[in-house]
Design a protein around this ligand. Structure first.
Ligand code: AOF
Ligand code: ZN
Length: 403
């Protein structure tokens, strides 16, 4: 892909690291803990290992681990997919007896609970690890500090917070979902420089070029649910599938906000992928025959009634949370974007900007609704800019929404 990174954080192949960070490997003092910069070096490696599984581990987080003995890496691992061994277990398997007395670097606090796999802490203790370095504690209520406490109680030295900000960014959606009890929401759109998402006729294909559209498919591949409004389905008849240059093993839920169940049963989205992973969110007065017709096509209909006959986005997110969705991509249109913003349910924006102007009073812009006063604007933090061929991708966190 011909992408030019304006900001280092846009390099998705490796986690974001401060450029020029000083590090010293080897030459350890020989007494006590190695210096912090050596810890950062090995943790950076663990983050890079974890990153290899981006988009593949949900509902689990990305986790990487490195076992170090005598200043050398003797084992590495990462979490590959839900149900697969945790990162620490992989790394300890590789290290074997060399783990004894060594240091384990892990990007997320080791777990203590029986989930789909056995707990990691007993495994770490059995391997004779003397010191564990953790980037961030696990926000999962089943773990939340318990792993670190159990290690310390067993006499293992634990250092927390090494490369913590990078680790938090790496698992932004997972950590947010665990902390907030609802999925992390990214508002995604493609606009012209004057902010239009379509021309006055409603035509939006294509505003951006190939590279930007490829990146948009990667954003889909990395999320668990794509949300659009029924108007978008009626107008564009999208598939909402992940289309990359190689087959993608995970299929995000494809969700349509359709308060009155007006989605045509002939919609393309019901003919591709797994129909049961099409969720149609309806409100209280959706006619039963329309619901039955959609269900007959294999769609899953979920009821998320709001106060004014519309969908309550919060209820939809609760429904998605129950299905272990961590990352949601809201792909429009303008009114759907406004509904999520008005409910204060947007955590991040990803906007592709094309070098073109459309104009037209009737042409929709990225966010519809009744608008805000400048005083009440949605402020964004931590802007990242990526060039994608002729277009630009702007990503930012909604101020106040901590990952
Ligand atoms: C770690 N290392 O590599 C992962 C962790 O169902 P399970 O057994 O896979 O447990 C999933 C939970 O364990 C997940 O929600 C998160 O809290 C933690 N994931 N923990 O120490 C790992 N994948
Ligand atoms: Zn674990």
């Amino acid at each position: 892909m011909n992408t030019e990174s304006v900001n280092e954080s846009s390099d998705r192949a490796a986690p974001r690291v401060p450029r020029g960070a000083c590090e010293r490997v080897g030459g350890l003092g020989g007494f006590g803990s190695p210096p912090m910069n050596t810890d950062a070096h090995f943790m950076r490696r663990a983050l890079a290992l974890a990153e290899q599984a981006r988009g593949l581990t949900s509902p689990n987080p990305l986790v990487g681990a490195v076992v170090v003995s005598g200043g050398e890496i003797v084992g590495e691992g990462f979490h590959r997919a839900v149900g697969q061994p945790h990162a620490e277990v992989e790394a300890l398997e590789v290290a074997g007896v060399k783990s004894r007395g060594g240091t384990l670097y892990v990007t997320l606090e080791p777990c203590m609970h029986h989930g789909r796999t056995p707990p990691c802490v007993p495994r770490v203790l059995a391997a004779g690890i003397a010191r564990v370095v953790v980037a961030v504690s696990d926000a999962n209520p089943l773990v939340a500090g318990g792993g670190i406490a159990a290690l310390r109680a067993a006499g293992v030295e634990v250092t927390e917070g090494v490369m913590a900000e990078e680790a938090r960014r790496q698992n932004r959606a997972f950590l947010h979902a665990m902390r907030a009890g609802r999925p992390h929401v990214t508002l995604k759109g493609a606009i012209t420089l004057d902010g239009k998402i379509a021309d006055v006729h409603g035509t939006s294909r294509w505003i951006t070029g190939r590279e930007a559209r490829e990146r948009a498919h990667r954003l889909r591949a990395e999320c668990d649910a794509i949300v659009v409004g029924v108007e978008t389905v009626r107008r564009d008849d999208p598939e909402l599938t992940v289309r990359l240059d190689r087959p993608w093993p995970r299929e995000p839920y494809r969700v349509v906000l359709d308060s009155r169940a007006r989605m045509p049963v002939s919609a393309r989205l019901l003919r591709v992928g797994t129909p049961a992973r099409v969720l149609v969110a309806v409100a209280a007065d959706a006619p039963a025959p329309s619901i039955a017709a959609l269900e007959a096509r294999g769609a899953t209909v979920v009821r998320c009634p709001g106060p004014t006959g519309r969908i309550d986005p919060r209820r939809l997110l609760d429904e998605l949370h129950r299905r272990e969705v961590r990352a949601v991509l809201v792909e429009g249109g303008a009114e759907v974007h406004a509904a999520f913003l008005d409910a204060a349910l947007v955590d991040r924006v990803a906007v592709f900007v094309a070098p073109a102007l459309l104009g037209g009073r009737g042409a929709p812009s990225l966010v519809g609704g009744s608008g805000r006063t400048l005083k009440d604007r949605v402020a964004l933090d931590d802007f990242e800019v990526t060039r994608l061929g002729p277009d630009v991708l702007l990503e930012a966190d909604v101020a106040g929404s901590r990952h």
